[in-house]
Write a protein that binds this ligand. Structure first.
Ligand SMILES: [Zn+2]
Length: 246
């Protein structure tokens, strides 16, 4: 029987049983495999891992574990002590997302902040992994097994269950705050919004809205109309709070 020592850092401890958190522990194994498979068998999905260090030296996911190895595993919130080997190409664009069926409220918030966000409550796991892979979208999920799929390159397990905390978590994790651009995507369908003159839509607006607001946007896909009303103001308060707490 071979054995290796593992130490997981920072927010990766979330995936471990409490006796293994924030400390080195020995793990016995009877098969030789890649560090990626071994770390996932201990509970940590590969998209959550940002750096791997074995016996003080940076390695990538293909490294084959040897008996006696000292393995350190780092997540997004804890930089490793040595220059890491990148485990995936840098994310190439303005972040775009695809969300699983548990995260509908978070999807609406991300759209409201101007991020291209796909969400349907009937996506299957295979579809989510495929969309994430083919469209280079960050997969946000509450399903650890889904994140372990080989096709998923960019992904994150959403730890918080409260929707405001979820938004704070994702804003911090992907440093979204400087990229916030309201009135870009429709909260309902993710369609692109366009400016529209009040005269073109005022028969559809409540009287008070038509009276108090002059700037309007309309979804090119579903026709929904948006303005800087109470909904928008609540969102601004929430974002200010998230920025203050960071
Ligand atoms: Zn729409």
């Amino acid at each position: 029987m071979a054995e290796a020592t593992f130490h997981f850092y920072g927010n990766l401890n979330f995936f471990l049983p409490s006796p293994r958190r924030d400390r080195a522990f020995t793990h016995e194994f009877d098969w030789k495999g890649s560090i990626k498979d071994r770390v996932e068998s201990l509970g940590v999905p590969h998209p959550e891992i940002e750096a791997l260090v074995v016996n003080g030296r940076a390695v990538d996911f293909t490294y084959i574990i040897q008996s006696g190895d000292r393995i350190e595993v780092y997540g997004a919130d804890t930089p490793p002590p040595t220059e890491p080997i990148p485990l995936r190409p840098p994310y190439p664009n303005r972040p775009a997302f695809v969300l699983d069926q548990h995260l509908g409220r978070l999807a609406a918030y991300l759209r409201m902040l101007g991020f291209d966000t796909l969400y349907r409550n009937d996506y299957h796991d295979e579809e989510l992994a495929q969309i994430s892979d083919e469209q280079t979208r960050i997969l946000l999920t509450r399903d650890i097994g889904l994140l372990k799929r080989g096709r998923v390159v960019y992904g994150c397990y959403v730890r918080a269950t409260n929707r405001h905390r979820q938004l704070a978590e994702i804003t911090r994790r992907f440093q979204l705050q400087p990229m916030v651009a309201p009135f870009k995507h429709c909260m309902k369908c993710n369609g692109l919004l366009e400016s529209v003159h009040k005269a073109q839509i005022d028969q559809r607006l409540p009287d008070t809205t038509a009276h108090y607001y002059d700037e309007f946007h309309r979804c090119r896909s579903c026709g929904r109309v948006y303005w800087k009303g109470p909904h928008y103001q609540r969102m601004q308060i929430l974002m200010d709070q998230i920025i203050r707490d960071q």
